[in-house]
Design a protein around this ligand. Structure first.
Ligand code: 1GP
Length: 241
């Protein structure tokens, strides 16, 4: 049963917007789990994403086990590396970095991941991942050795997203990068959304309710926020149910 993907599609058909709180195991203190997840549960968040660019081996597994004790929200892996795959989560974004031309991140790591995934019950969701420049070098850029797409090259971004859809990807993720100075512009989100039939994820640099609403209004179906909560958990106050 592909429940996570089906629920995303059902929410879109009911015009319900989705929000994922992203937790990076490398930056999160496991001792803070109870208190943090209580805030997530009281918020409009619909998903918990877990992942980071550089994470210690087993840290993801430990963190997911702990989080599961405190929430019924779906836990989806957003892995920077194969070592972050754990059966304890509910699903995994099988990300292909379409904005770059590093074959490892387009297909190589995916082949390596198969033997690990075959021993899990994770719902594997094929996801096109497009990094768009945000004014500073991001962790994804450094780790993958790829360049982000230019913000002004909107047609190239649209064509890249459509190519991913033609390849059969189930989700498309537009990424400004963790901690981006500015989130993606409504124009980019709107143009991509207009041309796509698959759900659109948007993340990177969203730090206020107004920015969240702008991105939804432009066409984002699911928004991912991590840094804003790392910097100040008071942000949860603004997005209570
Ligand atoms: C990062 O898109 C996510 O991969 C979320 O970005 O940490 O800037 O919220 P932030």
């Amino acid at each position: 049963m592909n429940l996570i993907y089906k629920n995303i599609q059902d929410s879109i058909s009911k015009n319900q917007k989705l929000l994922a709180v992203l937790i990076d195991p490398d930056k999160f203190s496991i001792k803070n789990t109870t208190c943090f997840i209580e805030k997530v549960n009281a918020s409009i968040a619909t998903h918990i994403f877990i992942g980071g660019s550089i994470v210690d081996e087993d840290a993801t597994d430990r963190l997911v086990s702990e989080i599961k004790e405190h929430t019924t929200l779906p836990i989806v892996l957003f892995p920077g590396d194969i070592s972050q795959i754990t059966d304890k989560a509910n699903g995994l974004l099988f990300l292909s970095l379409l904005s770059g031309r590093n074959s490892d991140y387009l297909i190589g790591k995916h082949v390596e991941a198969v033997s690990k995934l075959e021993n899990t019950n994770l719902e594997v969701i094929s996801t096109g991942y497009i990094l768009i420049e945000s004014g500073k070098e991001t962790a994804v850029q450094m780790v993958t050795g790829t360049k982000p797409m230019h913000r002004e090259h909107i047609q190239s971004i649209v064509d890249t997203a459509k190519a991913g859809q033609f390849l059969g990807m189930k989700l498309m993720y537009l990424e400004a990068g963790s901690g981006a100075k500015e989130p993606l512009t409504p124009t980019i989100i709107k143009r991509v959304k207009q041309e796509m039939d698959i759900p659109l994820i948007v993340g990177g640099g969203i730090r206020s309710k107004a920015q969240l609403e702008n991105a939804y209004h432009a066409g984002a179906d699911l928004i991912v926020i991590g840094t804003a909560f790392e910097e100040d958990e008071m942000f949860f106050e603004e997005i209570k149910k």
